[in-house]
Design a protein around this ligand. Sequence first.
Ligand code: ADP
Length: 496
Amino acid sequence: MSNEQLILAIDQGTTSSRVVLVNSNGQFVDLAQEEITQIFPQSGWVNQDARHIWEVTLRVVRQVLDRLDGGIERIAAIGITNQRETTVLWNRTTGEPVAPAIVWQSRQTAEIIQDIERRGRAERYQAVTGLVPDAYFSASKIAWLLDRDVGLRARAEAGDICFGTIDSWLIWKLTNGRTHVTDVSNASRTMLYDIRKGEWSEELLADLHIPKAMLPEVCANSGEIAVSDPSVLGRPIPITGSAGDQQSALFGQACFRPGEAKNTYGTGSFLLMQTGTEAMTSNSRLLTTIAWEVDGETEYALEGSIFVTGSAVQWLRDGLGIIRQASEVEALALSVEDTGGVAFVPALSGLGAPHWDADARGTIVGISRGTTSAHIARATLEAIAMQSRDVLKAMESDAQIELAELRVDGGAAQNDLLMQMQADLLGVPVVRPRNIETTVLGAAYLAGLGARVWAGREDVRESWEVDRRFEPTIAESEREARIVLWQDAVDRAKSR
Ligand code: ADP
């Protein structure tokens, strides 16, 4: 029987709760997962039941503990990563939620953001929080719930109501109501946290009439965050790591130095670049966010997302019918040497960072008599790489830092041709780790550092293993030519 110490990492995501047991080599020993029920009360609204989130999470935790040889004694620490921004309000005395959890995607609070804009306050919010005001972030969700219920506001003012993002809610439940905390990465996504001063912004709380009494205490991402109550899992276990999902993925990619960045290639893409100890303001409406506070040092990141990347491949499958499944795009694209002068801008729902044109539409240019489905497939992959390049270039310019290398994960990162194109178009190496479950791995790393399973970040970096490194191979002149073609196509896709 093994008695190796393990870390229990919880990934409470939008669509599921997952639990992974991780050993001191960063390897996954066991895993369990269960879906979360989504609630759509009205068009554009997305809610979840916080009670259900806790029950599902506890169930998957117990599942892996029950079948663990040696049992709970082997768990050295708990790490948590979570869907960010999703907002839970609960009764401080009973621990019961007082409203449905408003999920980050929900647009139900958009009016409050419009009001911030109308009042000319948007720039102030960005200056303090690093965020471009949006209904995604927790602030408008809390304000909306309080605005609709006078009694609730009075109770919140009296200190009877707690606010938390999902990390905070899970820690509250794991400690049986003893600890009301959130970590700095999650706090920095509420749109209420002053990311440079490292404290809740009294000014913004007052602006939205949110009582400070309901906010959690803010803690570092790694270290002694809380200890689970014995009544919950049968034994007290230290919770020593916590971070929002994207920051956790950045940590799970061991992007510890300024200029190291990660890109998650899923339905859309999420890019984060570590920018060091100073918060950089973006000129391209990218988000400035706290990456983490570890070992007493706060480090920052720039964040940008792209709406349509993997979903452009889905469109080749479902809209055009030129492939039967997403993975076939690679072979089809490889059957031609280049795009034959075709460029595809997949602005299927407008263009985001750094172009910001909501009315832009998908555009294919350069079609000739010789163009085939293979050229379109290749142009689609090139578009995914080009859009990522556009965001990374904006980050380099905002941060005045050169991209060192790009680390990749997500479903479409399995596509070798796409990864090679990305390296070619960036002119820097693209590195794919062996373990692409970087989100939950980040939570395990943070918890393991906090519990001294790893002595320091260098140890973590050593346990992070490379699957494949893609070096740039094309000549500068060829890169330039392709970029010119792409930029011309982007101009044509814009609504003008
Ligand atoms: P999400 O987490 O956003 O649901 P995943 O990380 O599971 O997404 O990735 C799925 C996306 O990646 C889909 O949009 C799919 O079209 C795309 N995809 C999957 N495999 C490939 C591939 N080999 N080449 C390009 N795109 C792919």
